[in-house]
Design a protein around this ligand. Structure first.
Ligand code: FES
Length: 137
């Protein structure tokens, strides 16, 4: 059973869906994993509080990039309010394989970017503190 999910993950990594750039996105957020440098940027077009188009860009490990691709397929048609409340479970359901703590961080990088975009923030509050040298890291 896990082999099927693993194949799906590799397929999304090799042939990422909705990857590319968007002219004048309504919402955009770029995030990275400071431990490995992997990056994901999520761009959303929104009408009446609902996502009508999504693009993403990034580079990194198989899990982070496949997770971004899989999430991008689920986003269209969802309201920003719905996306703000998505959590780990939605991403792990999409990936369909058990992940250890390090790999979970990979899987959640695109979700973190998506949620920040949906909230319309430019920096996660605790990361502002880290940039100012006050964080505990
Ligand atoms: Fe960097 Fe996976 S190793 S996000």
């Amino acid at each position: 059973m896990h082999d099927l999910y693993a194949e799906e993950i590799i397929d999304h990594y090799r042939y990422p869906r909705n990857k590319g750039s968007m002219e004048k996105p309504d919402l955009v957020y770029h995030d990275s994993n400071p431990f490995c440098g992997d990056e994901v940027t999520i761009m959303l077009k929104v009408e009446d509080g609902r996502v009508v188009d999504v693009k993403w860009q990034g580079h990194g490990c198989t899990i982070s990039q496949a997770s971004a691709s899989m999430l991008s397929e689920e986003i269209k048609g969802k309201t920003l309010e719905e996306l703000r409340h998505w959590g780990k479970e939605e991403v792990l359901d999409l990936l369909g394989i058990p992940l250890g703590p390090v790999r979970i961080k990979c899987a959640l990088l695109p979700l973190k970017a998506l949620k920040a975009a949906a909230w319309g923030i430019t920096t996660w509050p605790h990361e502002e503190e880290e940039e100012e040298g006050k964080g505990t890291v």
